[in-house]
Design a protein around this ligand. Sequence first.
Ligand SMILES: Cc1ncc(COP(=O)(O)O)c(C=O)c1O
Length: 388
Amino acid sequence: MSTPPTADNILQSPILIMAKRAALMRAQGRDVIDLTLGEPDFNAPPHVLEAAHAALSGRLTYSPSNGIEPLRHAIRMRMKDIRNLDYADGQVTVGCGAKQIIYNAFQATLKSGDEVIVPAPYWASYPAMIKMCGARPLIVSTTREEGFRLTAEHLEAALRLAKSPKWVVLNAPGNPSGSLYSRKQLLAIAEVLRRYPGVMVLSDDIYSEIRYTNDPYQTLAAVAPDLRDRILIVDGVSKVYAMTGWRVGWGCGPTPLITAISSVQSQNCTQTSTLSQLAAVAALNGSQALVKERNAIYRQRRDSALSVLGACEAIDVACPEGAFYLLPRIRTIKDDQAFALILLEAGVATVPGSAFGIPGHLRLSFATDESILIAGCERLVQKIKASV
Ligand SMILES: Cc1ncc(COP(=O)(O)O)c(C=O)c1O
């Protein structure tokens, strides 16, 4: 049984720890290339900034804890347009980023002893949030050969072992893998889930609009409509519109769960900023041209970085289908955390794979200028060569 968390046993995000160290070294005048943060180096689209300026002349009052109506409406229209999923107004709620929606959902549904199935590599915050709610993450490792995707077989095995499984986490494109699921893979997962009717699915689709394939995006709720009452889709403006600091994310799912998430929100921070919500309406309703343009830039950066890393024999790296991370395995290292520190001293900040449940790897964000990214990858390769 898990012990309820205290301030002492809540781990700080390892991503933020590495980013802070890099920032400190830079403040001391050291030349450090920072490839740690999953934060676009672009600004919010100009029409979003204009809408926010205009909104400042009005009164920015409290909003409903599930978000302002025009934003909920824009989210529903977006889900219909791009996923062909209909959500009623009561099935959508807005929070301070996708992160808070996920936390509120866990807070509303998990109790001590419950389990959440989390495929590794995972976004480091899932296990931390699950533990903060007194529950237990059940980590299911995936391999490079499986494309770092949860297979139906491994899901079934984990569910069979679990004593009190409450949620399964699916995140595609994955952070840090960049992997997507095909319709066939999701259908196989759905088949397993039908045998476990009490288990809900967190479908974290935050990177869904940052993809480098032409295939349509596949999300479980669209692939298996009969499971929709058990699926929470989470998304937001942070990544796709480069609006990380605005803190707007949302959840779409069954009415009782959405109501519960909004109730938690109403008690812990009332709502996310009304100004940010108005900006998010502009992001969703305005031109989407910039999203395409930026994806082309990310893709170019990904390919350039891969050509540097791919030329090094000690590195094994997959080509991500989406998001903006590379996850190289360094064949010659024993301890990724120690190596990340050595690399930091050599002037490149990365996040050790252990933070994502995948030791032996490093995560590099390519949401940064191409020449800086390439210089960072070159430093990495040089250090690997010097270490063997
Ligand atoms: C997989 C994943 N989910 C959710 C989030 C949270 O995003 P937000 O800024 O909307 O809270 C992140 C941010 O890094 C992420 O990588």
